[in-house]
Design a protein around this ligand. Structure first.
Ligand code: C2E
Ligand code: CA
Ligand code: CA
Length: 301
């Protein structure tokens, strides 16, 4: 009986934000999806052991000078599943957030990213900060700060080099508790990038009470900036807000040169997106570091 209720609830959830129909059926398509999701949850531990998860890195370029300069990277997880091929994090991250598995996976990514900063430092003599995603679920863990501090210490890097991306909607879900967690992380030396800015529901007056060190504009804002003057002006206004808050702005999902140039004129500081590069495995990412070193000598300290 309980199973039937669960399935009805699942079918019901599919109706969320649809206003044209008022009923749905639990059909074989939903059933297959449910089985697939259950399989992924069951496979997770083994996948970690068998190194099916790999961390890719997408560069972020500082565009405030004459030429773009590689300034950091974002760590993004990929799952190479033996039966299903490459699975996007958009599929499995929400599943793992529902049952606590995310903690284990995020910890793995943080450790890999910290190790990567160290490895590149030893190999190239530069420190390229890397940002990692911190799931909203992680933010409720009272030992989060200690864990991260341990990870950076074990890898011989500093807290300021492992940047933490926290999605805007996590701030708004439970703002007091999240704000307290963010303050504790910042006191421990970590820098916070507010991710997906504009996709959640921060009210404007809340912005001044939230603390963060950089603002990552949600991709949705970028899509039409070259064809829609209102969209471009809106981005300009958000950049002004960031100026008021005295934090740099990172635009992600930048795919075209025209978008990059317009963002530069609007005062955006950092760009991430396919225009520069897709997320890459470490052995391909090193070519970007080498290229940067050849062009500018050293680009970061
Ligand atoms: P996100 O943090 O907003 O990451 C940006 C996503 O946009 C990435 O998708 C990236 O590959 C994609 N992207 C980058 N540049 C472009 C572009 O120019 N155009 C377009 N269309 N897309 C671009 P990805 O890697 O599939 O990750 C999806 C989401 O999964 C991430 O969104 C993040 O919320 C989550 N995620 C990924 N890795 C992790 C992780 O290690 N831990 C946690 N908690 N979440 C993760
Ligand atoms: Ca992110
Ligand atoms: Ca984002």
């Amino acid at each position: 009986m309980e199973l039937h209720f669960d399935r009805a609830a699942l079918a019901c959830r599919k109706l969320r934000n649809t206003y044209s129909t008022c009923y749905n059926l639990y059909n074989s398509e939903l059933h297959d999806k449910e089985l697939f999701h259950e399989k992924l949850i069951n496979d997770m531990d083994k996948a970690l052991e068998e190194k099916q998860f790999r961390v890719y890195y997408q560069p972020k370029y500082n565009i405030t000078g004459d030429t773009p300069v590689l300034s950091s990277a974002e760590a993004l997880i990929r799952w190479f599943h033996p039966d299903h091929g490459m699975i996007s994090p958009g599929v499995f991250i929400p599943l793992f957030e529902n049952n606590g598995l995310i903690h284990k996976l995020d910890r793995f990514v943080w450790d890999q990213a910290a190790g990567q900063i160290r490895e590149w430092k030893d190999r190239f003599g530069i420190t390229l900060p890397i940002s990692v995603n911190v799931s909203r679920i992680d933010m409720f863990d009272p030992t989060l700060g200690e864990e991260l501090t341990e990870i950076v210490a074990n890898n011989g890097i500093t807290a300021a080099q492992l940047l933490l991306e926290i999605t805007e909607s996590a701030y708004t879900d439970n703002s007091q508790q999240i704000s307290a967690a963010v303050s504790a992380l910042r006191s421990a030396g970590f820098k916070i990038e507010m991710d997906d800015f504009g996709s959640g529901y921060s009210s404007l007056n809340m912005l001044t009470s939230l603390t963060f060190d950089a603002l990552k504009l949600d991709m949705a804002f970028i899509r039409n900036i070259c064809s829609d003057s209102k969209a471009a002006r809106l981005v300009g206004i958000i950049i002004e807000i960031a100026r008021l808050l005295e934090v740099p702005v990172i635009a992600e999902g930048v795919e075209h040169k025209e978008q990059m140039e317009l963002l530069k004129t609007l005062g955006c500081d950092v760009i991430q997106g396919y225009y520069f590069s897709k997320p890459l495995p470490p052995d391909e990412f090193v070519h970007l570091i080498e290229k940067q070193q050849k062009e500018n000598g050293y680009a970061y300290s």
